[in-house]
Design a protein around this ligand. Structure first.
Ligand SMILES: Nc1nc2c(ncn2[C@@H]2O[C@H](COP(=O)(O)OP(=O)(O)OP(=O)(O)O)[C@@H](O)[C@H]2O)c(=O)[nH]1
Ligand SMILES: [Mg+2]
Ligand SMILES: [Zn+2]
Length: 289
């Protein structure tokens, strides 16, 4: 039985890439999987048989994580692309995105900041402060003024699936075209009238790059954290891991005694800003949750 990764899947026909010989080919789902209405997504690892003229997918290997919109399986790194200006990013906004994705167990986050070239001289310090804030808070950060550092990082990710997300118009597709000009992805001007991006990217598939896979996604205008409070309390990866040391197993890290999270904030292991943003998000969850 051979193994492959799914690059693309449209109405039952999937484009696969063999994990050993890197051959790219089309395959169909086995009849019994079709009957169970099994759907496969880009990023899925599958077993296939090529004993017949048509290659048949016989099994889907358990997913380690899953992005719901757009649907992509087994993300190794999620690069959240933020523009430093036009539209300008804030710490709270980025903390919100990180929490949104980590609460779906997409834990390996990279932050990439675009549009440094548009900054006026007197704005550069503030922009660098924003990037450094997230570095100090434990996140892997890159910015468009030092693109080569990001290129080096990507080249070290052998065989990994790296997905790019972020608000519409921040420059995801532009960044992907910079990484590999052969991608030739359509990019767009931000709609000036609305001062918000138009969606330029629509379809999802894995782009083979060097030894790994890159994924462009359509931008979003906002994300919602209206979820179960305990889910939110265990959303950030470091909150989730440390919360086993909270006195109460349903600790919301708010007013409870012996809270491991509050302890880490005091010791500056978790930034005060991210903790305060967490409390803000918690207070904004509708009461029924
Ligand atoms: N000056 C400057 N412009 C940029 C940069 N990155 C992107 N842009 C511009 O920003 C606009 C939007 O870029 P896209 O790459 O289409 O943005 P996107 O995030 O893919 O947008 P959606 O696909 O709609 O989500 C384009 O006009 C780009 O040329 C940058 O680093 N500097
Ligand atoms: Mg795009
Ligand atoms: Zn706690």
């Amino acid at each position: 039985m051979s193994k492959a990764i799914v690059l693309k899947s449209i109405s039952g026909i999937s484009t696969l890439k063999d994990l050993e010989n890197y051959e790219i080919f089309l395959a169909e789902l086995k009849g019994s999987l079709l009957k169970e209405k099994t759907i496969i997504y880009p990023g899925d690892y599958v077993e296939y048989s090529d004993s017949q003229s048509t290659k048949i997918i016989t099994n889907i290997i358990n997913r380690k994580n899953f992005l719901n919109r757009p649907k992509i399986a087994n993300i190794d790194y999620l690069v959240i692309v933020n523009s430093i200006t036009e539209p300008k990013s804030s710490i709270r906004m980025i903390n919100k995105y990180i929490l949104f994705f980590q609460s779906q167990f997409i834990d390996n986050i990279v932050l990439y900041f675009t549009k440094f070239d548009l900054l006026k001289n007197n704005e550069i310090d503030e922009a660098k402060k924003l990037v450094n804030h997230f570095k100090k808070d434990g996140f892997i950060c890159f910015s468009s003024d030092k693109y080569s550092e990001f290129a080096d990082f990507l080249n070290e990710q052998y065989g990994k699936v790296i997905c790019f997300t972020g608000q519409s118009g921040v420059g995801k597709s532009t960044l992907l075209n910079l990484i590999n000009e052969k991608f030739n992805i359509r990019t767009n001007e931000i709609s000036k009238a609305l001062n918000s991006g138009k969606h330029t990217t629509t379809a999802t598939n894995l782009l083979a790059h060097e030894n790994g896979y890159l994924v462009d996604t359509p931008g979003f205008s906002s994300v919602s954290l209206d979820m179960d409070k305990l889910l939110l309390a265990n959303g950030y990866k470091d909150f989730r891991e440390a919360s086993i040391n909270c006195k109460f197993n349903n600790c919301l890290h708010k007013t409870e005694i012996n809270c491991a999270i509050k302890d880490m904030v005091e010791k500056k292991i978790i930034s005060k800003e991210r903790y305060d943003d967490y409390l803000f998000f918690l207070n904004n969850i509708s009461d029924k949750k």
